[in-house]
Design a protein around this ligand. Structure first.
Ligand SMILES: [Zn+2]
Length: 136
């Protein structure tokens, strides 16, 4: 699992899921370092709720997968921010498609059919072109 913090999305089995941010400070378990974790984002993947909590001490992010209300899995997750976002996108898009999106965003010339291929690939993966263009 990979958390894409700036999009409030999580990548699970090559698909991106939308999450819902927890606005208040709600207890989210104890970290392996002994610190307190707070609930950050809730996801729903294949009908199972997944909670991402973050440790206030070491900033470790953990995903807890529930089967309705029973905790079934707890694991540390990778967090991708804007800087690493390109690497993640290049697992879906080719370099050429990536550059095409960039060109459109910068109002430069681009190949519309390459753009439409890129858009299709993104949509299949659970990403919309509009939500990522500001970050590439
Ligand atoms: Zn910790």
């Amino acid at each position: 699992m990979i958390l894409i913090e700036h999009l409030t999305k999580m990548r699970v089995n090559k698909h991106f899921f939308d999450g819902e941010k927890v606005k208040d400070q709600v207890f989210g378990g104890f970290c392996t370092c002994g610190g307190t974790m707070y609930q950050k984002i809730w996801f729903k993947v294949d009908n199972n709720p997944i909670l991402v909590s973050e440790c206030e001490k070491c900033w470790r992010n953990e995903a807890m997968t529930f089967n309705s209300t029973t905790l079934v899995k707890r694991e540390e997750i990778e967090v991708v921010d804007r800087r690493d976002f390109k690497d993640l996108l290049l697992k879906i898009l080719t370099e050429k498609e990536y550059k095409t999106i960039q060109a459109k965003w910068r109002n430069e010339e681009y190949n519309p059919s390459t753009l439409s291929n890129a858009k299709k690939k993104l949509e299949l993966a659970g990403l919309a072109l509009d939500e990522i263009t500001g970050y590439i």
